[in-house]
Ligand binder design. Structure first.
Ligand SMILES: [Zn+2]
Length: 318
């Protein structure tokens, strides 16, 4: 009897395994299994969270775990692995400043954050910040989705590749434009539909200077004369590093105050506006993640960089 069972069970088990394998093959061939998925990340800033306050953006989605990635440039800032609906994404609070001193503007946090994104295979990033409006027609609460920048920051490393010892031989990073047109379009369409606090501007030039102090009225007049529209201290570093690593990134900026000399404002007014901006922008970013998870990049060489075959220099680490 026992013998019969064992004989009988083997063919049955074989049939069962074969059936399962067949089903697995069918499942693998289904459109859902072949669907392209991106690795998403959100970098916090004053448009959605605060530097010295427990992140409130993380209240809007499930936190699965907190990671610290050991990178070639050192330990990353805490990276929250989160999930919104069925969309997984990484989130770093307030530009990754949480583990550096308030006075440290030398940019190590940006280098370690992007080196970690590189290790994690991040492909798409939504960044942002509140900003000072240099154009007098901007009103507090207006949303600016910048499509270009002027970098006047000399405190931070200009190359995340050099700083973290990451090599991409045969690829030239281009900055025309310096944001991902695909993510920018998704953010713009969602902002038009959902943003109620102010007007939505589809483009703008963001100026970034040294972050260790605020500007003077003469500096703001000069930046405006150079073609700048808004001024911030962190998103341009993120635009540069993402592009150098071939990641897709776009930015949500919101005007929390007029730039110095344009109109008077107080810090309390600025923060009050910033709280309302955060309430309005957080849902837009979550909706954007839904649209970007399976998005097939159409931006071509813009974000990944231009491949070339001649005169490639293989750099030696260290
Ligand atoms: Zn892109």
């Amino acid at each position: 009897m026992l013998k019969w069972i064992s004989i009988c069970c083997v063919p049955l088990a074989t049939v069962f395994i074969a059936l399962c394998s067949g089903l697995a093959l069918i499942a693998d061939a289904s459109p859902a299994a072949q669907r392209h998925s991106n690795v998403l990340a959100v970098i916090g800033g004053s448009h959605i969270d605060r530097r010295h306050v427990k992140s409130f953006f993380s209240d809007d989605a499930k936190v699965l775990e907190t990671l610290v990635v050991e990178t070639s440039a050192g330990s990353s800032p805490p990276i929250l692995k989160m999930q919104h609906k069925d969309i997984p994404f990484y989130y770093v609070q307030f530009h990754g400043f949480s583990d550096v001193a308030a006075s440290d503007m030398t940019g190590g946090n940006f280098v370690r954050m992007f080196a970690a994104f590189h290790e994690l295979g991040v492909t798409h990033i939504i960044a942002g910040a509140t900003a000072g409006g240099m154009q007098p027609e901007y009103r507090n609460g207006d949303l600016i989705l910048p499509n270009d920048f002027i970098n006047l920051n000399y405190e931070r490393p200009s190359s995340v590749l050099a700083e973290a010892g990451i090599h991409r031989p045969g690829i030239r990073s281009v900055f025309n434009p310096p944001i991902c047109p695909d993510i920018h379009k998704v953010l713009y369409e969602l902002a038009l539909e959902n943003y109620t606090l102010g007007r939505v501007h589809a483009d703008g030039v963001v100026v970034q200077d040294d972050a260790s102090r605020y500007e003077t009225p003469a500096e703001i007049r000069m930046y405006r004369g150079m073609g700048g529209d808004i001024i911030t201290h962190n998103v341009v570093t993120e635009m540069i590093y993402a592009r150098q690593l071939g990641m897709h990134l776009a930015v949500v900026n919101a005007v929390s105050n007029p730039a110095v000399g344009v109109r008077p404002f107080t810090r309390d007014e600025e923060m009050g506006v910033a709280d309302k901006i955060a309430e309005n922008v957080r849902p837009i970013i979550l909706k954007a993640l839904e649209k970007l998870y399976h998005h097939q990049p159409e931006c071509g060489v813009v974000c990944r960089g231009e491949r070339y075959s001649g005169q490639i220099v293989e750099e030696q680490a260290g």
